[in-house]
Ligand binder design. Structure first.
Ligand code: LLP
Length: 437
């Protein structure tokens, strides 16, 4: 379910016209639909109803304060991966007591910060990290809550760069070594409190099978850890895939009514598969969805600057580049691109949609059957709410885009466009030799 529709031939986010937003705030512009975030949260939360559970939104997918605040207001928790993300969560009205701290490389400053704020749990990914958290906690006179991330060695059947649950990936502790690691904690780490087991096998999973395989493999291990060391929770991670191709005509509002691509994963199918295995554990179940919560809730607006007809290809040159949305070039991510004014015909033309950056990889789409668009037209790049703005950079000294959140008929600027002075802040040339001599 998402709330982007053509209404009388013009694309809207909820009840707000996108062209008018682009005129007011400029482009590139990220626009989020609050109702879509809320729908997705409630849909997943509801599907897990039978379990004592907490949906911990993976902040990395979209860390805008307004998004985090929306989720905090729904009672969501958060999965963070840096001190910076914890800082954002707290600023947005979230609580550290509802946060899990993921990641293979937590620094001392981050561990101290999370301990002082009262983090719900550290999800540790190596024995060395476990020992270090134990040491830091001891020095602060605290007990650190800890879970181990188990790497179940399951193929998530997704893009290689977003697969995390195979032995050759850097994530988690090998399935075979996890029990030994818990034993080590119980024996040698007096400043740790064993609290959970965590796993996350990858992102953009479009079938329930890898989730089921991982859950079936890990549940007996969780039972054993629970029996021997005591446990509060089992986190099954994130990874629920979304639909990147959808209809924007009113009436067809089901995000899963997808045509063409791999069969999408509905939350119902996901819950039906995993809940029966989780119920028997008698533990709190945590989920860490990122993309599912915000992916379909955002679009990126970009204006066509020029058209170039080369001998081999037609290029639509737009004002957003790979610095604004890196997914197409980094993961061959496919994002639907539509004009904000509904095309009058079904006629399409094959074209590449490319940005202004000096890189061959700077494209948003290649060989795409695109509605006829000309310079000045506004395009919406769909399903850009997850890993869009949050992965943006200043490459080519391009200011970060502005972000707007739509709530019904109101549009709120939730991040101002960066200025060039914002980018240069903190940079200095060397002192003048004559002055320092
Ligand atoms: N939990 C952990 C420990 C994670 O590492 C991640 C994502 C998630 C949860 C959330 O996964 P999700 O539900 O969003 O699939 N930039 C890539 C995706 C990277 C995912 C990194 N980890 C992309 O744009 O496709």
């Amino acid at each position: 379910m998402h709330h982007f529709r053509y209404v009388q031939g013009r694309l809207q986010a909820e009840n707000v016209d996108l062209e008018s937003l682009a005129q007011r705030h400029g482009t590139p512009l990220y626009v989020y639909s609050k109702a879509t975030v809320e729908d997705h949260f409630k849909r997943l939360d509801g599907a897990m109803n039978r379990l004592d559970h907490l949906v911990c939104y993976a902040v990395k997918a979209n860390s805008n304060l307004a998004v985090l605040n929306t989720i905090a207001n729904l009672g969501g928790g958060f999965d963070i991966v840096s001190g910076g993300e914890l800082y954002r969560v707290l600023k947005a009205g979230g609580k550290a007591a509802n946060c899990t701290f993921a990641g293979v490389g937590k620094t001392r400053a981050e561990i101290e910060y999370a301990l002082k704020e009262g983090i719900y749990c550290f999800n540790a990914e190596s024995e060395a990290e476990v020992r270090y958290i134990n040491q830091v906690a001891g020095e602060l006179g605290k007990k650190a809550p800890i879970a181990l991330r188990v790497n179940p060695n399951v193929d998530a059947k997704t893009h290689a760069k977003i697969t995390t649950g195979k032995s050759e990936n850097k994530f988690g502790i090998d399935f075979e070594s996890v029990l030994g690691a818990y034993e080590m904690i119980a024996k040698e780490c007096p400043n740790l409190e064993i609290k959970g087991v965590q796993m996350h096998i990858g992102s953009q999973l479009t079938s329930v099978d890898p989730f089921l395989e991982a859950v079936q493999k890990v549940v007996p291990l969780v039972q054993e850890v629970k029996a021997r060391f005591g446990l509060k929770f089992f986190s099954i991670g994130g990874g629920i895939g979304i639909v990147y191709r959808q209809s924007l005509d009113s009436g067809d509002t089901s995000w899963w009514q997808e045509q063409g691509e791999a069969a999408p994963l509905s939350v119902k199918a996901y819950a039906d598969a995993v809940v029966p295995h989780l119920e028997q554990l008698g533990l709190r179940i945590l989920l860490e969805p990122g993309r599912f919560m915000v992916g379909n809730a955002g679009v990126m607006l970009t204006r066509v600057l020029y058209e170039k007809r080369g001998s081999a290809k037609v290029f639509k040159i737009v004002d957003a580049g790979m610095n604004d949305l890196i997914r197409p070039t980094l993961y061959e991510g496919w994002h639907q691109i539509v004009p904000t004014t509904k095309p009058a015909t079904d006629v399409t033309e094959k074209a590449d949609v490319v940005g202004p950056i000096c890189e061959t990889g700077d494209y948003l789409a290649q060989d795409r059957d695109l509605a006829p668009v000309k310079a000045g037209d506004l395009l919406a790049v769909l399903s850009a709410g997850a890993y869009g703005f949050s992965m943006a950079s200043n490459y080519n000294t391009r200011p970060l885009a502005a972000e707007v959140m739509v709530d019904g008929s109101k549009a709120h600027l939730v991040r101002e466009r960066q200025t060039l002075d914002d980018i240069l802040r903190g940079e200095h040339v060397l002192p003048d030799d004559k002055e320092t001599a």
